[in-house]
Design a protein around this ligand. Structure first.
Ligand SMILES: Nc1nc2c(ncn2[C@@H]2O[C@H](COP(=O)(O)OP(=O)(O)OP(=O)(O)O)[C@@H](O)[C@H]2O)c(=O)[nH]1
Ligand SMILES: [Zn+2]
Ligand SMILES: [Zn+2]
Length: 227
């Protein structure tokens, strides 16, 4: 402990991180019980900025929302823009702005649930802050996590950001309508996902053109029947 370079503070930082995550996990567990009590299936969507989370939600709400209650919690550092897009579909939505923060935490979802009061026996989508790194560390109390990776980002991302892929039940490779224009090897990407998380399901979708969206809806439907 030299007292000048900060090497004596490392242990304190690690301990604080562990405490923050432990407290988060407690609140996440309470959220999970609350959601289960209301028969709500919550899905946490994680991706880098711009992979297509909101576009996929807009389309999903239009296609699935007619027959099934859906609500959305939107997470962004700033702006109500994504919530406004969701509101235009007629779906109940709450926007959380994290300010300097780069991920959602369980307490934020708890507060959002108080404001939103999502319908019983419905689907709740939580769009996390666009960031493939720390959202993976913070359990929100969701039923499943879904990672969206678009083909413009590169097939190596599952290897470079393994934590997000390791906790995902489903990986959506989005924007496959752009495959003719980008250098993206789908089979290689699938191999990388399998190396990090052999159990993850993978679908190749286009949120704009509609490719494989019925398979995405079927995946969502089986979550509801399993609950
Ligand atoms: N070609 C193509 N463009 C898409 C597709 N999905 C989304 N986009 C476009 O990608 C851009 C970003 O989409 P968003 O849905 O805003 O992405 P996001 O992940 O919600 O972004 P953040 O909330 O900022 O992280 C928009 O211009 C969309 O129209 C797709 O399947 N194909
Ligand atoms: Zn978005
Ligand atoms: Zn963060």
């Amino acid at each position: 402990m030299c007292g000048t370079c900060g090497c004596d503070q490392k242990i304190e930082v690690v301990t604080l991180e562990q405490k923050v995550l432990a407290r988060n996990d407690e609140i996440a567990e309470a959220n999970r019980e609350r959601l289960a009590g209301d028969g709500i299936v919550a899905v946490n969507l994680m991706s880098s900025p711009g992979s297509g989370k909101t576009t996929l939600l807009e389309r999903t709400i239009r296609d699935v929302g007619r027959d099934h209650p859906v609500a959305v919690v939107e997470g962004d550092q700033q702006t109500p823009l994504d919530a406004e897009r969701i509101r235009r579909t007629g779906c109940p939505v709450v926007q959380i702005n994290t300010g300097a923060g780069c991920h959602l935490e369980a307490q934020m979802l708890s507060t959002a649930l108080d404001r939103l009061a999502p319908p019983r026996d419905g689907l709740l989508f939580v769009e996390n802050v666009g960031n493939l790194i720390c959202p993976a560390l913070f359990d929100l109390g969701e039923r499943e996590r879904v990672v969206i990776l678009s083909v413009t980002e590169g097939a190596d991302k599952p290897l470079k950001y393994p934590h997000a892929f390791a906790v995902a039940g489903l990986v959506l490779i989005n924007k496959i309508d752009l495959l003719p224009y980008v250098d993206f090897d789908v089979a290689e990407c699938r191999r990388h996902v399998a190396a990090v998380n052999p159990k993850a399901a993978v679908l190749e979708v286009s949120a704009t053109r509609g490719d494989a969206l019925p398979a995405w809806y079927a995946w969502l439907a089986q979550l509801s029947t399993l609950s």
